[in-house]
Design a protein around this ligand. Structure first.
Ligand SMILES: NC(=O)NCCC(=O)O
Length: 432
């Protein structure tokens, strides 16, 4: 029975306001109160935080079991983070969390444990600052977070979508195109040093300018190998045309298919942001053998927050791989107001990017999420053997009936396609 442990939604409005005020006061974390007010859930930095503070330990355990699932029959365990990484997180005020997904022991294969990190961040300077200063400030902001990942022994690190810039695609202003870089440009060079220093694979999502093909623009993930080499790139397949996400003004649908990159630490792929709403996009990376698929994103609460914890987790389950979901944080205000043809008054920001980066595993378990308003690094160990173990257990690949769907698509793509509908012969008969 929920009584004094009740969720705060049942409290009176004035109680709630008082509690929120007290929570904000006792909250020692840095960052502006205003950002926390817009970014928090009633003063809590994440759903897990809200629940853990308001439920008794037994109720919290039961709620977590249902919300986060179990991994090998147990709640996910946290892992010990080196003091040097913790010190960086306190000094530079970023959220730092670390977990481990295990798999069953096998008789013929050794465990294949890799340590993976995801970074979420807000921009570092106002969008009105000179572009080069904005970019440099983001580099400087990320430096200690990447160092914390390196100090923690992260093998594969992924940054958020278009991490070197504000998510300016809402504006439709062409001047933001200046922030596009070639695949081997400034941001890649910046990350190559870390890749070498920490023997780390890094996935970097940028606005790409393809110099060799008419200086065209793409939304691209660059895969940097642990020797600092560029392994390859993937271009975002599905471009949003929803709300303020006016990204088709800037770049076209990707032309790189669904590549899987075989790295020193496993087979990885990147499903960039809006591609997460397309189950076939997830499927294709799985068919090419991905063991971890990253979803670097930029999305706002009003549009997608109820979808966020579901889609990635479902993809991990359906495709028997791990998913790393990243969303940026904060509210980015642009100098010129814009509208997006949806009848809403003109405005100067997208709304709040709600962070909440996390991992999902093929056995339906997932980590708690990072903060809704703070920069953060979430780390997880994952035994990649779990991918095949879940394929063997559920048999989704073997029961998939791909031939049925191949035939369906072949028919659907023909101009004379007619939907397969069998109408009740009595439906249109006049009653006599
Ligand atoms: N960046 C991007 O594709 N955002 C689209 C919004 C969403 O998919 O939630």
């Amino acid at each position: 029975m929920i009584t004094q442990n009740t969720l705060i939604s049942e409290e009176s409005e004035s109680d709630l306001e008082l509690e929120l005020e007290m929570e904000m006061e006792k909250n020692e974390e840095n960052g502006s109160t205003e950002e926390k007010l817009t970014g928090s859930i009633c003063g809590y930095n994440s759903l897990q935080h809200l629940l853990s503070e308001n439920l008794n330990p037994h109720l919290y355990q039961e709620v977590s079991r249902l919300l986060l699932g179990l991994n090998c029959g147990k709640a996910l365990e946290t892992i010990v983070i080196p003091e040097s990484a913790k010190a960086l997180s306190s000094k530079h005020d970023f959220d730092l969390q670390a977990f481990t997904f295990s798999a069953d022991k096998e008789l013929l294969r050794e465990p294949r444990v890799v340590r993976v990190g995801l970074i979420q961040n807000s921009i570092a300077l106002p969008t009105t600052a000179p572009f080069s200063d904005q970019k440099k400030a983001i580099f400087e902001k990320l430096r200690p977070i990447i160092d914390a990942a390196g100090a923690s022994g992260v093998n594969i690190l992924c940054l958020q979508e278009a991490w070197i810039m504000p998510f300016a695609f809402c504006t439709r202003e062409k001047r933001w195109c200046e922030l596009a870089e070639p695949v081997n440009g400034e941001s890649t060079q910046f990350l190559q040093e870390f890749a070498c220093k920490y023997n780390m694979v890094i996935v970097s999502s940028i606005l790409e300018r393809d110099i060799n093909h008419g200086e065209t623009l793409w939304n691209t993930a660059v895969i940097i190998g642990n020797n600092g080499n560029i392994i390859g790139k993937h271009r975002k397949n599905h471009i949003p045309r929803v709300g303020d996400f006016n990204e088709s003004t800037y770049y076209m649908e990707g032309n790189t298919g669904h590549p899987v990159f075989e790295t020193a630490y496993g087979k990885i792929a990147v499903n960039i942001c809006y591609g997460r709403h397309h189950p076939l996009n997830w499927l294709a990376f799985g068919l090419n053998g991905a063991e971890i698929v990253f979803n670097p994103s930029a999305t706002v609460g009003e549009l997608s927050e109820p979808l966020w914890p579901i889609e990635a987790r479902n993809a991990a389950i359906a495709n028997s791989y791990f998913v790393g979901s990243i969303n940026r944080v904060g509210t980015e205000i642009f100098p010129n107001p814009f509208t997006s043809g949806d009848g809403k008054p003109q405005h100067s920001d997208f709304g709040h990017f709600y962070g909440s980066s996390h991992f999902s595993a093929p056995d339906a378990s997932c980590t708690p999420s990072l903060s809704r308003y703070k920069d953060g690094l979430v780390i997880s160990d994952m035994d990649l053997n779990l991918c095949r173990q879940m394929k063997d257990k559920w048999g989704f690949r073997m029961t998939a009936r791909y031939e049925l769907y191949a035939e369906m698509f072949a028919r659907y793509l023909k101009p004379d396609f007619e939907p397969q509908v069998i109408t009740d012969p009595l439906l249109h008969k006049k009653s006599s």
